[in-house]
Design a protein. Sequence first.
Length: 214
Amino acid sequence: MRDDFPVNIKDVLAKRVGFRCSNPSCRQLTSGPQTDPSKAINVGVVAHITAASPQGPRYDPALTPDERSSINNGIWLCQTCAKLVDNDPIRYSAVTLEAWKREAEKEAIKELESRRHRIPKSDVFTRLERLMPLLLIEMRQDISQHPLCREFVLLKSNWAYWSKGNELCYYFDDHPDLLSQIQILENYSLVREITYNNVQRYIMTEEFAQYLGD
Ligand SMILES: [Zn+2]
């Protein structure tokens, strides 16, 4: 017995994230035009946050069949990410997937409500250099030492924090306005929040990393 999603739920879930994969490190577009002008391509799927059947990943026996096939238990992903999360249900827990879904929907509404910045990017960077020179110096040093690193967290120096070893750290102690500065970077779409636990976590865009690396 599988508790599958009704078709209309799949459609709504896809639209709620603007037809993009909900994995914050992916955000791949999942639909577009097919050669046949009457058709569209779709490479997105609704994944179950907790599985549709007892042998499936993240199965939660506490849910009723209705809860299992309800919109709350679905997340829109590209086919690759759907396969990824079902291959390692411990790393990609229900809590993580719920956080992905929340963030993807938050981003979609933000993008929907805002109009693209018409300010030339060079002006943006000049402005940032004035607003947060010390943070940019530190980020520049970090990127030159770790050219492949894009993820970073915001910490206080007295917090016990177990690093995954592949993220950069910025400290509230070193930068009193750290959160405001990061929010400005986020407003300019240069960083994206990907928090999934009690530590604020962000990812830099390639454009920003390239700017810092130059
Ligand atoms: Zn994806």
